[in-house]
Design a protein around this ligand. Structure first.
Ligand code: PLP
Length: 282
């Protein structure tokens, strides 16, 4: 049987009923996190929960219990569902209340979480992915990990319709991030990615990759770059919890190019794996 977290309990999935007046359901008024599970262990769980509590603060949401309780429930659910390699998805919606745009502060919200067994996408990691470049039509608080994701889902639909697996987004030719990942370019051995402003989600994988790149002594620039720079890059790769680091091998849409998978992307991938194995075998 599949179990889930519902508020502060682990219960059978089929026993959960979500209210029609849940503000997550009515307004997309909620936040979420996705944590990767390796060998039964949630990886970088503390970093994910730190971002989760920052998202809550930015939206003036009050979490129902301490972060340590979230840790405990997360580990319990993974054990209960016997997940080896997969994903843990958690969301928190602001409240169940009569539908009204105006929210009250300190409302009691609803926690739900599920797990899913999903092997690591080795194919995308090793062979790379095709992406589309398209307008970033999202709002101006992309730093908050909200469940309100229409700008992202529409971009991903467009990508899939063009036989691509991710969309690289730009605002007036300045590249921000992707529909569900961050994007990096390498030019003349220098690594560039958009700074962690309100225009991107500061990915946990992005932060890890920056840390690793720094340890490797690579020259790093957290600064916006243009579609022209993207076009002209030696290497392009994307990062997120699910795929870790995936090279980009072709781009279509607002620009069009092919890239080979370069040595810096490969080095970052192998260092990422090494660091993960070290952390998990401690
Ligand atoms: N940017 C967006 C818009 C995302 O949805 C995600 C992940 O879902 C990321 C970046 C990467 O974040 P992380 O590395 O924490 O998974």
């Amino acid at each position: 049987m599949d179990y889930v977290i519902y508020n502060n309990q682990i219960v059978p999935k089929d026993s959960v009923h979500i209210s029609m007046e849940d503000r997550g359901y009515n307004f997309g008024d909620g936040i979420y996190e996705v944590i990767r599970i390796y060998n039964g262990t949630p990886y970088t769980m503390e970093e994910h929960y730190e971002r989760f509590s920052n998202s809550a603060k930015k939206l003036e949401m009050t979490l129902p219990y301490p972060i340590e309780t979230f840790y405990m429930l997360t580990e319990q659910l993974i054990r209960k569902n016997e997940i080896r390699d997969g994903l843990f998805y958690l969301q928190y919606t602001r409240a169940v209340a009569p539908r009204n745009h105006l929210y009250e502060r300190n409302m009691e919200g609803v926690v739900t979480a599920f797990t899913r067994e999903v092997p690591l996408n080795i194919k995308d990691q090793s062979e790379g992915i095709a992406v589309i470049a398209t307008d970033d039509i999202r709002w101006l608080r992309c730093d908050i990990k909200t469940i309100n994701l229409l700008g992202n889902t529409m971009a991903l639909r467009k990508a899939a319709d063009n036989k691509c697996s991710e969309a690289i987004l730009h605002r007036n030719h300045l590249v921000t991030e992707c529909a569900a990942s961050n994007v990096f370019i390498v030019k003349d051995k220098k690594v560039y990615t958009h700074p962690a402003t309100n225009l991107i989600l500061n990915g946990i994988t992005r932060q890890l990759v920056l840390h690793i790149a720094n340890e490797l002594g690579l020259e790093l620039f957290e600064q916006p770059f243009t579609l022209e720079h993207l076009m002209d890059a030696d290497e392009v790769f994307i990062t997120n919890t699910n795929v870790e680091i995936a090279p980009v091998i072709s781009i279509s849409g607002d620009i069009s190019n092919h890239y080979s998978i370069g040595p810096i992307t490969r080095k970052l991938q192998s260092s990422f794996t090494e660091r993960k194995i070290n952390a998990l075998t401690k």
